[in-house]
Ligand binder design. Structure first.
Ligand SMILES: [Zn+2]
Length: 629
């Protein structure tokens, strides 16, 4: 067996089944026990879909089938990624089968041991998130792995069977176990002593009977999860990945692993991972075309070609050997835990499901303020400002939307250490976001332009500001051309709205002196759909959350009040966490590790989108990182 080149047999079986469907004179309805290749040479079956009539000169009986193939118009999926034909990518569960062949000749039972099946299941459960991440380039998918082995026994008179027999077995298993056809995939590992004649010189293939299935020819036993002897793991992930991208085995779809594997190379491109890790991005080690003896990995998977190159044979190294794509969502959150030097990026979708993108464990422990915005054109997505008061330092980092960070410009080490507030807004005519810095101890405010890692002051220092402002909230509180500001002084119960003029100066819009003195958090947002920025006020001692409307002239009016809120929220972060037209809210409570995403309804009411009770208790900052609009 070692001298035979082992390939993936998906394509020749696909082609054989197509030929049978249009040319039963060539391949009859009853498949011969010796397989499709006993009727049409395997070399033709492998290439039939790309052959010309001239190349088929030796087989004139296949010309008509080829013409019928060319006459078919691929059915493109109306939505989603247009490079796939037929069924959407797989979303469902892999079911491993213990196939027992009872030989009538000698009374033997041929089967894969329970231990090896358990190892294969354990391996697949580990590898499924990585396979799913790479396959997400072809469309959204889900791969669950059932821990339960499905037993299936069958009496045989010889050691040979074929793919038609496999399909009958798959259909019996699906029906006996009442498995849903669209969301189940049967995994068959061939036991030693049995030969599937349609995969005799192949490591495996995937096909579809009543449900999709993968057929695996292992090289050796016993199995290990690492599979350094290269027995089954590469085949299993090769076939599962191709099945996920092409569950309906469309004749028009590419085999997404063949170009990175032995079908087109003398080697297999593989991606190596180490677990446990905080994220798939953290667990990814490297991609190579061998199994490095000295690499400390937990598992590998066969590479999946980048979609634009799936039809190449071979696929280039660049399109096979690359890290797993990271999740993205409608919004992105950056969590910061200074005690652990940790920053974690999460993708958030429209149902407030959060998925980690990557964990950084090299964050400075002394960042006091983290603020995302559009501070540089060098950044692909957002730019994030990090301010370290004790270190007099400010740094701008470009963020690519999936948690990668790169320093933009220099590290500024001459910043004032006494800034108590940093606020983002449009305080000039710059195309980037500007910043307001407030120094409570000095009673000073300075406006700055940003751009490509630098800052430059707008106008001069404002030296006569009150020292008791606890909160400064940016928003549209007038019809001015620039961002307005709300200043809140709890000791006096004062809320003042100020206009900025684009040159670093401010002028009062209107003052309120009868406000509660115990608001701990004020959140700006769109809570009514009105022309001006609305405000949420939170007061922990009584569990009060009140939504207020602003009128453009410095006055406020109540939208709605809630008196039954938790009393221990430490952060309320506005953002887009649902498909609501209004601003959503993320509440964080550290002592219990609670994070809750809530929707607002435009009338001062809130409803839970999704809650989490297992969050880290030591986050001190949660920031929404959205690409600039
Ligand atoms: Zn393949």
């Amino acid at each position: 067996m070692a001298s035979v080149k082992r390939l993936c047999a998906t394509r020749p079986i696909k082609n054989a089944r197509f030929i049978r469907s249009v040319a039963p004179n060539v391949i009859p309805a009853k498949e011969p026990l010796k397989g499709f290749a006993s009727l049409v040479p395997i070399d033709i079956l492998r290439r039939f879909h790309t052959m010309t009539e001239a190349e088929l000169k030796s087989r004139p009986d296949l010309i008509d089938a080829l013409r019928k193939l060319h006459a078919q118009v691929p059915k493109q999926r109306p939505t989603g990624i247009s490079r796939l034909f037929g069924d959407s990518p797989f979303q469902g569960t892999l079911h491993f089968v213990k196939l027992m062949f009872f030989s009538e000749a000698n009374g033997q039972t041929l089967e894969v041991s329970d231990g090896d099946l358990a190892t294969a299941i354990q391996y697949m459960a580990l590898a499924a998130p990585a396979v799913s991440a790479y396959c997400s380039q072809y469309g959204s998918n889900r791969i669950d792995v059932s821990p339960t082995v499905l037993p299936f026994g069958i009496a045989v008179t010889s050691g040979l069977y074929n793919d038609d027999a496999v399909q009958n077995i798959v259909n019996d298993i699906v029906s006996q176990n009442h498995l849903p056809h669209d969301s189940s995939c049967i995994i068959i590992i061939n036991p030693p002593g049995m030969v599937n004649t349609d995969a005799e010189n192949d490591f495996g293939y995937h096909q579809k009977a009543d449900a999709p299935y993968c057929f695996i020819n292992p090289v050796s036993f016993p199995f290990t999860i690492e599979d350094r002897v290269d027995s089954y793991a590469a085949t299993l992930t090769h076939e599962v990945a191709e099945m996920v991208c092409d569950p309906g085995v469309s004749i028009f779809n590419k085999e997404v692993c063949d170009g990175c594997d032995l079908n087109c190379n003398k080697f297999t491109w593989r991606n190596f991972f180490h677990d446990p890790s905080p994220s798939l991005a953290n667990s990814y080690l490297q991609s190579t075309n061998s199994i490095p003896a000295n690499l400390n990995f937990s598992y590998f998977i066969t590479s999946i070609a980048r979609p634009d190159h799936a039809g190449d044979c071979p696929v280039s190294q660049a399109a096979c050997a690359y890290p797993p794509p990271r999740p993205t969502g409608a919004s992105e959150l950056l969590f910061y835990d200074p005690a652990a030097n940790t920053g974690e990026f999460y993708a958030v979708n429209g149902q407030a499901d959060i998925t980690i993108q990557i964990q950084h464990s090299d964050f400075r422990s002394s960042w006091k303020r983290i603020l995302a915005g559009n501070f540089s054109k060098q950044a692909f997505g957002s730019t994030i400002l990090f301010y370290d008061a004790a270190g007099h330092t400010g740094e701008f980092y470009g963020s690519d939307g999936t948690g990668s960070l790169n320093l933009i410009g220099a590290s500024h080490t001459d910043w004032r250490s006494s800034w108590t507030q940093i606020v983002r807004g449009h305080f000039s005519t710059s195309s980037f976001d500007d910043l307001l810095f407030y120094d409570a101890s000095a009673g000073q405010g300075e406006f700055y332009k940003t751009g490509n890692g630098d800052v430059s002051m707008i106008g001069v220092t404002n030296t006569d500001w009150r020292k008791s402002w606890s909160l400064i909230i940016p928003g549209k509180f007038s019809n001015g051309a620039f961002t307005d500001l709300l200043f809140y002084d709890p000791s006096a119960g004062t809320g003042e709205f100020w206009r900025t003029d684009g040159h670093g100066n401010v002028s009062l819009i209107g003052a309120n002196n009868d406000w509660r003195k115990d608001w701990s958090i004020i959140v700006p947002g769109n809570f009514t759909g009105g022309p001006f920025t609305d405000l949420l006020f939170y007061e922990p001692a009584s569990g009060t959350g009140e939504f207020w409307r602003t009128d453009g002239r410095g006055n406020v009016s109540l939208i709605g009040a809630n008196n039954d809120w938790r009393k221990d929220w430490s952060m309320i972060i506005p953002g887009k966490f649902s498909n609501s037209p209004f601003t959503d809210l993320l509440f964080y409570e550290p002592s219990s590790g609670t994070g809750e995403f809530w929707r607002t309804d435009g009338r001062g009411n809130v409803s839970l989108i999704r809650g989490y009770a297992d969050w880290r208790k030591s986050w001190t900052s949660i920031s929404e990182v959205v690409p600039p609009t």
